[in-house]
Write a protein that binds this ligand. Sequence first.
Ligand code: LLP
Length: 439
Amino acid sequence: MASPSPLPDDLDLSPEALIAARPQLKRHAMDGLLLDGVPLNAIADELGTPVWVYSANTMRTRLARLTAALAGLNCHIHYAVKANDHLATLRLMHQGGAGADVVSGGELQRARAAGIPASHIVFSGVGKTADEIRLALACGIFQLNVESAEELATISAIASGMGRTANIVLRINPDVDAGTHAKITTGRADNKFGVPYAEAASLYAHAATLPGISPQGLALHIGSQILSMAPYRAAFARAGELIRALRAAGHSVTRMDCGGGIGIGYADPVEASPEAFAGAIRHAFGHMDLQLMTEPGRWLVGPAGLLLASVVLTKADGRFTVLDAAMNDLVRPAMYDAFHAIVPVGPNNQTALHPTDLVGPVCETGDTFAKSRPMPRLADGARVAILDAGAYGAVMSSTYNARALAPIAWVDGGRFTTIRARKPIESLWADEIMPDLPA
Ligand code: LLP
């Protein structure tokens, strides 16, 4: 599948329009850009740049809105830890009533370290190792989302060996195109995820005969950054049909995990509505007496984060603006051609805008955050904020080009605290062991 359609020509990408569309941001005449009232300049002065900044209030507000949209549906939110896995974020989600969706033993342990009990955690993923399955069962995980017949056999052997019963749901691959970027679509038959729809009923029946396995229901997740409800409706309808068939054949089906994927407005302020998402769930499953679940990541945290960077220099008469943040910090533009709004942090005393390519210093042409973006002239040392970077931002960072991971600031209640400090550069090689090299 091709990438999503390009941005409409008439979209206003001027910094002030991008700020106006985001309620957590305000421009102060003296202090410059504020996140929930806190000057981003104060954070950069203390922590340096590049630095990630998260708005706790934005995460809380969004979790509350999604929770309200799902009210009356018997639907639990399991926050997709992969989107933003910092302990502070996980604790906030837990306090707001969400459990966790994890995809590795590491995420499982992180979620528990943040205080999320195993009884509120579901474990997805195509390649859970025997050690990860053992860990999950030993801590009493709520549910394993099984993605293949092979994995089902492994879980059965491990669970019965441990004298435990694994509560599983089968993740079906409904073969529905989510209309999102090819690299983040997961529900088509040629994607690696889930059990082929046509094989799901017989595998469910088989699961019911296996020792150590208690089949509870189905799961699906068709992709990420989904802006239209049509693919959800199509996938949910297929799952509903399968549940009815399984029940008619005498199987117990008590759970349906509807996955995540709800999209946000990166360029266009229009985002997918949680109320519409809840409506699609209600329409498909509301009357089926099911324990429902959803696993959103991006929608809850994406708009809550930004990456603060400084201009190192501009070159070619302003055609290129080189920042001190790079693709090792935020890889989404390089990896998915993703759009991120970028706005200057200083007071707005310039109205003339000029197109510029905002790039990082890494030695790759793909290290480009934006092309031909209208920006005021930026002096060396001026700061910019790369917006909507709260999901799949810091979690996907690397240390490529021997660049240390950026620190993280947490804005809450009108002040900020550091939730991850900048590490000394020597920490990058501190755990390396020099072999004996012949002289
Ligand atoms: N559940 C499962 C089984 C998943 O694989 C995912 C995401 C989610 C839930 C959460 O999806 P969300 O609500 O966040 O869309 N790195 C890419 C996105 C990868 C998504 C992977 N799976 C990006 O930066 O766009």
